[in-house]
Design a protein around this ligand. Sequence first.
Ligand code: ADE
Length: 252
Amino acid sequence: MTTAILSALIDEQRHLLDRLEAPQRVAHAGRGFVTGRLHGHTLVLALSRIGKVAAATTAAALIERFGVSRIVFTGVAGGLGAGVRVGDIVVASELLQHDLDASPLFPRHEVPLYGRARFPTDADLSGRLAEAARQTLAQADGWLDAGLRARYGLATPALHHGLIVSGDRFVATGAESRALQAELPEALAVEMEGAAVAQVCFDYGVPFAALRTVSDRADDAAHTDFPAFVRDVASHYSDAVLGAWLRMLPNS
Ligand code: ADE
């Protein structure tokens, strides 16, 4: 059984890559994939690049070319829900494309011919991912030092579990963020890939889970220090949470 760990950007999985045992690089579909072993599991680490189409291509390649039996996405997102703050973790229970609109032919957000707008994640994988995130946050004092907390204005990080929305836009104005919150009041966070990967996994019947560290509030300050946050904070969350998650799963 092979598990895929997918991220948009290299920095979101840098530490996992550093730890991978017996890494083998494979070029396919214009992308780099790295296979190897970690915490008793056979893995493929892959970069989706940014946006829904790039993520869907990568997910399909993981399934068709590498035969993966489950996919987990780890990366960053903009916080939308009230109380979803920078430094928090969101584990997706379901995902939706916020920019999909084939109305009046189909209801707003519904994926045409699927009869649904929301794609659920796998309950078992997501439950364990949430548990791994809970354990990691309980020990956050060990690695989230005062300097990092001050630099990024991090409070005590919290865990959220619910709807994540995806679209081909980096949401970086208060107006757009408020519009999304009004249209989709349940949405906890916004990013650019997850719902596309969820749809591909739905098509193939491959279990999927997704974890996002909140890097910004999807408002006018969203671009501030984004790459630095991914490097300094989110990469450590991915490493710690996915490490704990892999150790929880039966060896594969
Ligand atoms: N990923 C991280 N922050 C984001 C934002 N504000 N909009 C879309 N994707 C994001």
